[in-house]
Design a protein around this ligand. Structure first.
Ligand code: OAD
Length: 248
């Protein structure tokens, strides 16, 4: 059992008083479910795989079987994991706070599985494949065919084009409506919780700064030391699955 620090008490009071809260999550919120993050040394996906060979439109055009096989392997991993106490605490928060906007960079849909609704997806979802050519949504075989190796992408039933993962790749714009809603919520909140994100991928990384500039308090929940230099920033250092349940 984690002892209750003054920071925990401070954030709980802030949450009780806040009218408009933003929860902004990254890969770290799913780490305790067993989903690898991107930038943690050794275990992070981008420490083990080359993003430029796997997560760009050019990579897909160059070697669709490599890219599709890699994303299907990740989708298969996700079918074997469950939401953890951090996802569940956020879902409870969503039910308690007068207005809570949940914004995620994650593509694993674990917030939805924990009961959160709605969830703003800035980087898409691994479960929302679409056609690379005509962009129509495509149904995926369950369980995924790929076993971790190369795998040819299926064909779109409408135009015959190749099916691509429903995630935002490097060099692609974020979904316009989701980004606009996220920016507006950050600029109009009393409190923003940034949970398990390294805060280096733009434009999502701007959200905490936008909230601070608008006068909100920003709370970082992360085992790593986060910025915390602004007078309205609070750092809760530790794992989301242990800390977030203490707040609700
Ligand atoms: P990163 O892998 O960059 O950062 C994960 C963060 O989670 C790090 O700061 C870790 O310290 C922290 N962390 C690890 N375990 C944690 C735990 N149990 N509780 C809380 N925090 C923990 O992941 P993101 O910031 O999400 O883009 O990365 C942003 C984007 O970069 C991703 O959405 C992805 C990637 O390229 C796309 O897929 C488009």
């Amino acid at each position: 059992m984690m002892t209750e620090s003054p920071e925990i008490q401070q954030v709980r009071t802030l949450l009780e008083q806040a009218q408009r809260v933003v929860v902004f999550t990254g890969a770290g919120v799913s780490a305790e479910s067993g989903v690898p993050t991107f930038r943690d040394a050794l275990t992070g996906l981008w420490a083990r795989y080359d993003a430029m060979q796997l997560a760009t439109p050019e990579a897909f055009l160059r070697d669709p079987e490599l890219v599709w096989g890699w994303y299907e392997w990740r989708r298969k991993l996700l079918l074997e994991v469950k939401p953890n106490p951090a996802h569940r605490a956020i879902a409870r928060m969503q039910a308690q706070v007068p207005q809570l906007t949940l914004i995620t960079q994650n593509v694993d849909d674990l917030h939805e599985q924990a009961g959160s609704q709605p969830v703003i997806h800035l980087h898409g979802s691994l479960f929302a494949a679409r056609c690379f050519e005509c962009a129509r949504p495509c149904e995926l075989a369950d369980p995924p065919a790929a076993e971790g190796g190369r795998c040819p992408p299926p064909s779109c039933s409408h135009c015959g084009g190749r099916v691509r993962p429903g995630v935002v790749w490097f060099g692609e714009p974020l979904p316009e409506q989701a980004l606009a809603t996220a920016f507006a919520a950050a600029q109009d909140c009393d409190l923003l919780l940034a949970v398990g994100t390294s805060g280096v991928v733009q434009p999502a990384a701007q959200l905490p700064g936008l909230a601070l500039a608008a006068g909100a308090t920003v709370v970082h929940v992360n085992p790593d030391a986060m910025s915390g230099r602004h007078p309205n920033e609070v750092c809760l250092k530790g794992q989301a699955g242990q800390l977030l349940p203490l707040l609700v």
